[in-house]
Design a protein around this ligand. Structure first.
Ligand code: NAP
Length: 271
């Protein structure tokens, strides 16, 4: 059984934004391969305002015999980012795999974009992955290995020349800029980390996934959708393989590697 002899047995993974959505799916898939998974987000216990909690993710993983532990953390705050890495390391051991998945996103046209909201997006989507990576790298370098996986979006793609697809004119500017920064940060981590055995990639869904976040922003009705198991499989492939320096797309990567997405543990709040 993969849980006992899977590719990630003995590894510690930290997955941010794992109270729901893609983070919950990726946490579940890594746990299915035997990783001890630290799941992090702000929502620990049920809250009528939000779908999914860290407890839901932990329970779903424990039900299949996996190992998961919840770490409540607001990633917009540097002191909580530092405490998160320290707490996970103390309670589960040194972090071998960091999945920066958490995001808060707002969509407004550029001229209306509140700078306070831009600051929050930059904190959670760019500064948090930057600082969390800084915090785990010394240990990874010391041990001669580690994996960073940053969850991106096709919004990072450049709009190109006119006429423009409406997706680029409907408030995606700040989101695209954050994800483009994340992608460039990631390839830099791959380059800097290479001689230390550290790999880094980004992964974006090829089509949208009907997560609570995507639903709240109405990114579901007019878009092609993919199942969360696809990005979870692609995430596992990037974590356990040898690939580095890639900005990968879920369905494309899974097809190229000939992998079959596996059913995720029941009870995860992915959609
Ligand atoms: P989601 O359903 O909105 O989930 C977002 C997660 O981030 C939640 O677990 C949330 O937990 C956490 N989070 C938000 N603010 C946080 C903060 N300040 N501190 C800590 N955690 C925070 O989003 P999703 O659709 O699963 O998206 C996950 C990732 O995939 C994001 O990076 C997103 O940009 C990317 N993506 C998604 C799609 C899609 O189709 N769904 C497409 C392209 C890219 P709490 O609220 O409990 O803190």
């Amino acid at each position: 059984m993969a849980l006992l002899d899977g590719s990630l047995v003995g590894k510690v993974a930290l997955v941010t934004g794992a109270s729901r959505g893609l983070g919950a799916a990726i946490a579940g898939r890594l746990a299915m391969e035997g990783a001890a998974v630290a799941v992090s987000a702000r929502t620990l216990d049920p809250d009528p305002r939000y779908a999914g909690t860290l407890q839901d993710t932990v329970l779903a993983i424990e039900k299949i015999g996996g190992t998961a532990k919840a770490f409540q953390s607001d990633l917009s705050k540097s002191d909580q980012r530092q405490a998160l890495v320290a707490d996970v390391t103390r309670e589960l051991g040194p972090i071998d795999i960091l999945v920066n998945n958490a995001a808060v996103t707002f969509f407004y046209p550029l001229q209306d974009f509140p700078l306070k909201r831009l600051d929050l997006m930059l904190e959670v989507q760019v500064r948090a992955p930057f600082e969390l990576t800084q915090l785990v790298l010394p240990g990874m370098y010391e041990r001669g290995g580690g994996v960073i996986l940053n969850i991106s979006s096709r919004a990072a793609e450049h709009p190109g020349q006119p006429p423009y697809d409406p997706v680029f004119t409907k408030g995606f500017t700040a989101y695209g800029a954050c994800k483009a920064a994340l992608e460039r940060l990631t390839t830099a981590i791959a380059a800097e980390g290479y001689e230390h055995g550290v790999r880094a990639n980004t992964l974006a869904p090829l089509d949208n996934v009907a997560t609570p976040g995507a639903g709240a922003h109405d990114l579901v009705s007019d878009f092609a959708l993919e199942d969360p198991s696809v990005i979870a499989e692609a995430a596992l492939a990037l974590v356990e393989g040898e690939l580095t320096g890639l900005n990968a797309l879920s369905q494309t990567l899974v097809a190229e590697l000939g992998r079959t997405p596996q059913p995720l543990p029941e009870g995860l709040v992915t959609t």
